[in-house]
Design a binder for this molecule. Structure first.
Ligand code: RB5
Length: 153
């Protein structure tokens, strides 16, 4: 991972403190500042609260990227993707991580703590952070993500 000045924002619900801690430790060991929004224990919480905190930090530029963990990663991605400037992807390994950075300019990586092993999640996060957005033909497609289109039902 390449150290950068802008923090990486982290958040999880009660399914994810252990995986979040492992991802945070790897980020810090690689020199990344982190903004950790919790949660840090087993008490039941609501994943959208953490997704919105991380997404808002990325949207506002207080964080370069976000990392969200819940049971499946899916609820976090659904919540984060309601923010206009966010492209959150659920990752199961490094190939998706590389491609979603290169093609979708994804800015939040979501993991399912009940789905993925720690080592695979770490590999995916490293690939996510190491891969630049390709631009080019993908710019037009990203513009269509944020353009409101009236599509007849
Ligand atoms: C919590 O039990 C679970 O629903 C949550 O972690 C997540 O998987 C939602 O998408």
């Amino acid at each position: 991972m390449t150290p950068a000045d802008t923090p990486i924002a982290l958040g999880c619900d009660h399914a994810g403190p252990e995986l979040k801690a492992a991802l945070r430790a790897a980020l810090e060991a690689a020199g990344h500042p982190v903004l950790d929004f919790g949660t840090d224990g087993p008490d039941s919480v609501d994943y959208p609260d953490y997704a919105h905190s991380v997404a808002a930090a990325v949207e506002a530029g207080r964080a370069r990227f976000g990392v969200l963990v819940c049971g499946t990663g899916i609820g976090m991605a659904i919540a984060a993707n309601r923010h206009a400037g966010i492209r959150a992807a659920v990752l199961h390994g490094p190939t998706e991580a590389r491609l979603t950075r290169a093609h979708n300019d994804a800015n939040i990586a979501c993991f399912g703590a009940r789905i993925i092993g720690v080592e695979t999640a770490l590999d995916a996060l490293r690939a996510f952070l190491a891969t630049p957005y390709e631009g080019g033909r993908h710019d037009r497609r990203l513009a269509k993500l944020s353009a409101r289109q009236d599509i007849p039902a």
